[in-house]
Design a protein around this ligand. Structure first.
Ligand code: FAD
Ligand code: NDP
Length: 535
């Protein structure tokens, strides 16, 4: 068994305080200079005498911290409760929530590790002598990533202290609409009262409970980023963001990696683009088990995990053994312990998520919710942060600005990245009818791929526009290197209502991949070859 869970700092979900923190001397020294945090008013009293805070935020992740810090800027008395329930495998982490600890940050850094592997291959075509065999050491990568994440945990604590936001490392639970209780690490009951309460408790990975052995032997993304040793030969079940991104970097660092996909990849995304993403991953070395459903996981004497699944196309039962099985079958909110029913906060009975209106208000006046815990919102860090900040500004800064969830750009950090903003082609057709939209597209070759002799078959972009005179851009989709960087800039234009003629008047930057967007002229309707030729 190659897997290790050495990162388990505290099984009770309380924060690590005694871990060595290499490269953090500066942060620690800075922390020492800061005065000790003020005693929490109302904390530990065990009873509720007057409201102690203007705002209490439950959940110290992307949305919660942004909201708390913004509220503190207005001179309000603010507290944050954050508690990490260890994963079923015992992995836990510090302040900052999913993005910092088990999401965007470690994922992007491990994606970078994989990109460097590809760059090493390219480098030889550019004259670099790299002695063979080249191999990757998981523990070195993991140590670097984990140290960086720990520095972010410290950074968040420092920021809260600097902004005079009281931090409770406590799992909160409502006892009445203005009161939240929880136990400290030492088992002491803490009661916090506040005029306004924001719930920002995010979600956690799901396990397929109908698959025998899933919980006992499988891990999730909550564990992967904290493994001390390589996961080895890995099966990743699921075919959305988390699955494809993790399978992509595992393949990229040289691990034998398989994705089990029961239906389509990247449901909800433009399906032409999604197919190109998986096609590229297959050419990159990731194996795909299509239309397959896991049925059980067993541990062999060798400590390997034997997985059995049904192949729906062949109507057969198949097995293989892996060092690690990772479930990437979606995420679920954990609202049970919040005691929401007692205070009357309504949730969607199917998803368990909190129902909010456009102002992030729940069914209870003065209780709000932001981020992944809310029904119908994108599960993305920038939307959680923006929603949290705007909420604080409305609560305390006399603002009335609402969060605009339209045209939110996003990127799937697969080995060949896919970035997009706006409508997919399917959604545009559904909304406006195929006669009313025009799709401009191009297959292009990044200049850097030429000397390196890299295959560019899946480097593709398309712009979905209205067909009427103004030709407003409805969606932009880009597969290629640095897709996130490319789409971020164009997202501004699309947010501002950019049109196809305006895009054509935009001067490209030569030689880049992004400039191809400003040159898109072949329509899908024309049936002409969309391959970009020449310079
Ligand atoms: P979270 O960040 O999840 O924070 C919630 C916090 O509340 C947690 O610390 C939790 O432990 C705590 N908590 C829960 N219950 C309680 C309680 N009762 N009391 C006290 N504390 C509690 N998004 C992107 O934009 N870009 C990416 O590249 C990206 N990559 C991702 C990769 C992975 C593998 C995953 C899983 C997610 C990724 N995301 C990405 C999504 C992003 O991480 C989330 O959308 C974002 O973190 C949501 O923020 P949040 O504030 O809603 O919740
Ligand atoms: P999703 O809910 O998006 O996808 C779940 C996947 O698992 C789907 O492919 C689904 O298949 C499959 N699945 C569900 N149940 C089973 C089962 N029992 N057996 C086999 N397969 C199953 O979840 P993710 O965890 O991938 O992502 C959650 C959210 O996190 C995303 O929506 C995204 O907003 C955010 N995120 C953002 C990232 C970024 O910005 N780069 C990166 C990672 C996450 P089917 O389609 O058939 O239902």
């Amino acid at each position: 068994m190659l897997r290790g869970f050495g990162a388990r700092p505290a099984r009770d979900g309380s924060e690590r305080t005694s871990d060595p923190l290499p490269s953090l001397e500066g942060v620690i020294a800075h922390l020492r200079l800061l005065p000790p945090p003020p005693a929490a008013p109302g904390a530990g009293s065990g009873s509720c005498r007057g409201r102690s805070y203007d705002l209490l935020v439950i959940g110290g992740g992307s949305g919660g911290l942004a909201c708390a810090k913004e509220a503190a800027q207005f001179g309000r008395k603010v507290a944050v409760m954050d508690y990490v329930e260890p994963s079923p495998q015992g992995t836990s982490w510090g302040l900052g929530g999913t993005c910092v600890n088990v999401g965007c940050i470690p994922k992007k850094l491990m994606h970078q590790a994989a990109l460097l592997g590809s760059a090493l291959k390219d480098a030889q075509h550019y004259g670099w002598n790299i002695s063979q065999p080249v191999h990757h050491t998981w523990s070195v990568m993991a140590q670097g990533v984990q140290n960086y994440v720990k520095s972010l945990n410290w950074g968040h604590r420092v920021q809260l202290q600097e902004k005079k936001v009281k931090y409770f490392n406590i799992k909160g639970s409502f006892s009445d609409p203005h009161t939240v209780c929880g136990l400290t690490k030492a088992g002491k009951e803490t009661v916090v009262t506040a005029d306004n309460i924001v719930i920002a408790t995010g979600g956690r990975p799901k396990y397929p409970m109908d698959v025998a052995g899933a919980l006992e032997y499988g891990i999730t993304s909550d564990d992967l980023f904290w493994l001390k040793e390589s996961p080895g030969k890995t099966l990743v079940v699921g075919a959305s963001y988390v699955s494809l991104e993790c399978a992509g970097f595992l393949t990229g660092i040289g691990l034998d990696t398989t994705v089990m996909m029961r239906s389509v990849p990247l449901r909800g995304f433009d399906q032409q683009m999604a197919s190109l993403v998986t096609e590229h991953m297959e050419s990159y070395g990731t194996k795909f088990l299509k239309r397959c459903f896991p049925t059980k996981v067993e541990k062999l004497k060798s400590n390997r995990l034997q997985v059995t699944w049904k192949n729906a196309d062949l109507d057969t039962e198949e097995t293989d053994s892996f060092d690690t099985v990772m479930w990437a079958v979606g995420r679920a909110p954990d609202t049970k312990t919040l005691n929401l029913e007692t205070v009357g906060v309504k949730t969607n009975s199917e998803t368990g998520k909190i129902i909010v209106d456009a102002s992030e208000a729940t069914s209870v006046p003065h209780i709000y919710a932001v981020g992944d815990i809310t029904e119908g919102r994108p599960e993305l860090t920038p939307t959680a942060i923006a929603a949290g900040k705007l909420l604080a500004q409305r609560l305390f800064g006399q603002s009335s600005e609402l969060m605009d969830y339209d045209n939110v750009p996003t990127t799937v950090f697969a080995p060949l990245e896919y970035g997009c903003v706006g409508l997919s082609e399917e959604a545009a057709v559904q909304r406006y009818g195929s006669d009313n939209i025009e799709v401009y597209h191009a297959f292009y070759k990044p200049l850097e791929f030429t000397v390196a002799e890299r295959d560019a078959t899946q480097c593709y972009m398309k712009m979905v526009c209205l067909r009427e005179r103004e030709q407003r851009i409805l969606g932009l989709h880009f597969i290629g290197p640095n897709a996130g960087e490319v789409i971020q800039g164009f997202a501004l234009g699309i947010k501002c209502g950019a049109t196809y003629p305006q895009m054509m008047k935009t001067v490209g930057i030569h030689p880049t991949c992004a400039e191809e967007v400003t040159k898109l002229h072949i329509t899908k309707r024309s049936g002409l070859d969309a391959t970009v030729t020449g310079c």
